[in-house]
Write a protein that binds this ligand. Structure first.
Ligand code: PSU
Ligand code: MN
Length: 306
């Protein structure tokens, strides 16, 4: 049962929301476009189990047969992972047409936030968010994720942003749109594969209870937007900055040389970085998603107490 006629909330997720139990949303573009098969499916299933171990119910989000789904079965996750890039990457501008056509879509941070909010889910864990791309002053390539953070009240727990983006411009954009950028246990914005970026976050917060308190205040005040929690990759999985930055620079140069643009840019860069680092970056990527799932579940568990 749902207020939104296009939305299907899985029974376990609907029950948890009705009982005021913690729920954590998860995106599906990371499954179809962010990682190769079969690691994508293994990771997605493991993330769900980590969320359960930390006291919350997972709700992986996607569009299947035109239905906006909050909560997928393992078979549905396998289906999305196997289809990979053949599933449409669905951002805000895509979902109406996909729904009307009865098509499938892998949800980005943007559409995962939208569907989570429709379903009544307040906390969402992922790997990295989209942002302002390098060279955006001429390409105008700015991810819809930033707009969504500005207007949809969902907490997004990520590992910062990859330096495939212009991190400084991404922070400026978030500031303009009133999105608080929190560092979990750090004053510095993490850069996904590495714990440091050279850029400061707005606030350091050190416990899930304090994260929940800050977001609760935002919700109670009726502020429209979300909150971005950046959680540094665990030290033991972080990458050598020189190695990863060299791979990123090379990937950006190849994208430019090949004229890659629009929605293809981010998936292209992610795949290239993975190829250029011989798969080391994939291990780091997987571990940081696990780390974010843990923090999101613990924060969701604190939020329901408030
Ligand atoms: N950045 C990552 N990993 C990802 C993505 C971005 O490090 O998987 C995915 C997310 O789904 C994000 C989307 O919402 O790419 C952003 O795409 P674009 O830059 O086209 O808005
Ligand atoms: Mn883009």
């Amino acid at each position: 049962m749902s207020l939104n006629k296009y939305l299907d909330v899985a029974p376990e997720v609907a029950q948890a929301i009705a009982d005021h139990k913690p729920v954590v949303a998860l995106e599906s573009t990371i499954i179809s476009h962010g990682m190769p098969y079969p690691q994508n499916v293994e990771t997605a299933l493991k993330v769900e189990s980590i969320i359960r171990e930390n006291g919350a119910v997972p709700a992986t989000i996607a569009i299947l047969g035109g239905r906006l789904k909050a909560g997928l079965s393992p078979e549905e996750i396998e289906y999305l992972g196997k289809k990979g890039h053949d599933v449409a990457k669905a951002s805000r501008r895509d979902i109406a047409v996909l729904a009307a056509r009865g098509a499938d879509g892998a949800t980005t941070v943007t559409t995962t936030m939208m569907i989570a909010h429709m379903a009544g889910i307040q906390v969402f864990a992922t790997g990295g968010i989209g942002g302002v791309h390098r060279g955006a002053e001429t390409t105008m390539d700015i991810s819809a994720d930033l707009e969504e953070l500005a207007q949809t009240p969902v907490m997004v727990v990520c590992a910062g942003a990859k330096s495939i983006l212009d991190l400084g411009l991404t922070l400026e954009y978030l500031e303009t749109h009133g999105v608080p950028v929190i560092g979990y246990g750090t004053k510095e914005l993490p850069a996904f594969y590495t714990r440091k970026s050279g850029f400061a976050v707005d606030y350091e917060i050190d416990t899930p209870a304090d994260l929940a308190a800050a977001f609760h205040a935002s919700l109670e005040m009726g502020l429209r937007g979300g909150m971005l929690v950046t959680n540094p990759i665990p030290e033991e999985y972080s990458m050598d900055p020189d190695v990863i930055n060299k791979a990123i620079d090379e990937a950006v140069a190849q994208a430019e040389a090949q004229g890659i643009h629009g929605k293809e840019t981010t998936p292209f860069l992610l795949a290239k970085v993975k190829d250029l680092t011989g798969g080391d970056s994939l291990d780091s990527n997987i571990q940081l998603v696990f780390n974010n799932a843990r923090l999101a579940a613990r924060t969701a568990a604190e939020l329901v107490k408030l």
